[in-house]
Design a protein around this ligand. Structure first.
Ligand SMILES: Cc1cc2nc3c(=O)[nH]c(=O)nc-3n(C[C@H](O)[C@H](O)[C@H](O)COP(=O)(O)OP(=O)(O)OC[C@H]3O[C@@H](n4cnc5c(N)ncnc54)[C@H](O)[C@@H]3O)c2cc1C
Length: 443
């Protein structure tokens, strides 16, 4: 035990920076630990967290999988603290634009049904689970600052937290339209968390005409959901076809046809010039670049996301690809600070580049890899094949439920197999070599 702990200390530079810390790690005897906790409490009465050895900032998808991995290695109880901006224990975020948005008469998903790690068919980690495992949860109090010398964090409410090892798991925030174009009018929605989804549902209940801004996967999932609510739905996007970063034009055309058969209208090659309000101050419609006007009492914006790095910018952890730069074990350049999930800019070995991946499979796997590397002698670097999926029109009564998956990267020439009736696959072939760069399957 002693040598394993010392090796880990050396590997990750973990320490609570106290004269007694090395003895602490060498002696796991309970009475000593009790003494140590009282010592910390007495010496530093201002720290608001009891569990200080490992602190995760962010209580989302990757935090839930990280917590599970800490528990698997017997390192959670009394040691792990999760600090979250949200009011809920970690959950499987993709549900928010799928089952969660089902109309109220078609059995919508709700918490606690989709807490992590149900997305991997593992145990559902409800708030009670965290309690039972001795994991300290601090809710609704985002971290706003860090002092890497003192190994402390400050929170929005003014709390001071101590960490030995810090894992940054803050994910992304939705990109928004500027206030001056009406991007924050009542009736304009973005969707990133349960609070956003609840607010959107209360607007869906009253809405008649919906404009979705953005033809990416979030836009297409909410457009499908709006059809489930039987709403007049128009999707506006600047490109020639939907999902331009992922789909070929041939694939997109077939996908668009399915949406059109379900009643969705598309306005392509167009962007929003202004979101107009009515006499009640709520959204009344959108004015497009060509000055045409689409009436709407609900606008849902899905124009991408930005990594949530702001509390850590002051310590120089950001990368040119926008996130927090880490190595193949999710370690940043600062000893004892790691980053996982959407926010991490990591070496994507298979394509030999630094990447961020904003998808749930990576959130889960990066969390597990990071925590295993932290707590064990594992030295493998993360070797990841990007994987991403979407599911639409899944509600009861939908004429056709649809599910697709991507693996890899979309580089090179494409070969399409199948005709979308009922299935289709697209392969990307790069420099004459068949790698499975991307596989697309529609059911
Ligand atoms: C609506 C929606 C649908 C999606 N659907 C799919 C899908 O179908 N397929 C797919 O592959 N991926 C999907 N994704 C992407 C996937 O959910 C993310 O990749 C995944 O959630 C990333 O996990 P994470 O832990 O990095 O970030 P998140 O799950 O976003 O968690 C980050 C957490 O950190 C909190 N936080 C942020 N800043 C702070 C701070 N300063 N202090 C404390 N807490 C903070 C946030 O509030 C949040 O709770 C979807 C994402 C969204 C938003």
């Amino acid at each position: 035990m002693a040598s394993r702990c010392s090796a880990l200390l050396l590997k990750h530079g973990l320490s609570l920076r106290c004269p007694l810390s090395s003895s602490l790690h060498r002696n796991p005897h309970p009475p000593f630990r009790t003494f140590w906790r009282s010592f910390i409490a007495a010496a530093s009465p201002n720290f608001a967290n009891e569990n200080r050895e490992y602190v995760i900032v962010g209580g989302g998808n990757s935090a839930g999988y990280a917590a599970r991995t800490f528990v698997e290695h017997g390192q959670a109880n009394g040691k792990l603290c999760i600090v979250s901006k949200e009011a809920y224990a970690p959950y499987e975020r993709p549900a928010l634009t799928k089952g969660y948005l089902n109309s109220l008469d078609t059995n919508p998903s709700r918490l606690p049904g989709f807490h992590t790690c149900v997305g991997s068919c593992w145990e559902r980690q409800t708030p009670d689970w965290y309690n039972e495992k001795g994991i300290e949860m601090l809710y609704e109090d985002p971290v706003t600052g860090i002092d890497i010398e003192k190994q402390t964090l400050t929170t929005n409410s003014g709390k001071l937290l101590k960490y030995g090892t810090l894992i940054i798991a803050t994910g992304c925030t939705s990109s928004s339209l500027p206030e001056k174009v009406g991007g924050h009018l009542p009736g304009v929605h973005y969707i990133r968390d349960v609070a956003d989804a609840n607010s959107l549902i209360s607007s869906l209940e009253k809405a008649k005409k919906v404009v979705v801004v953005g033809g990416g996967y979030i836009g297409m999932e909410v457009a499908a959901a709006a059809i489930g609510w039987k709403l007049d739905t128009t999707v506006v996007f600047p490109d020639n076809h939907l999902l331009p970063r992922l789909f070929t034009s041939s694939l997109a055309r077939k996908y668009e046809q399915l949406y059109e058969e379900n009643g969705v209208k598309f306005v392509k090659g167009s962007s929003i010039q202004h979101i107009e309000s009515g006499p009640d101050g709520r959204v009344a419609g959108v004015k497009l670049g060509d000055q045409s006007f689409i009436e709407a009492d609900l606008v849902i914006v899905g124009i991408g996301a930005k990594p949530a790095v702001s509390p850590f910018e002051s310590v120089g952890l950001s990368n040119t690809v926008g996130g927090i730069q880490v190595d193949g074990q999710f370690r940043t350049k600062i000893r004892g600070i790691l980053a996982i999930g959407d926010v991490a800019a990591f070496p994507l070995k298979i394509y030999n580049r630094i990447s961020r991946v904003e998808h749930v499979d990576h959130a889960r796997k990066s969390a597990q890899h990071c925590v295993k590397a932290l707590l064990t002698a594992q030295t493998d670097t993360y070797d990841y094949l990007p994987y991403f999926y979407s599911r639409v029109f899944e509600y009861e009564g939908s004429p056709r439920k649809l599910w697709w998956q991507f693996y890899g990267d979309n580089v090179g020439e494409t070969v399409e197999v199948g005709n979308f009736d009922p299935k289709i696959a697209t392969f990307w072939i790069d420099s004459g070599t068949l790698k499975i760069l991307k596989y697309h399957y529609v059911n």
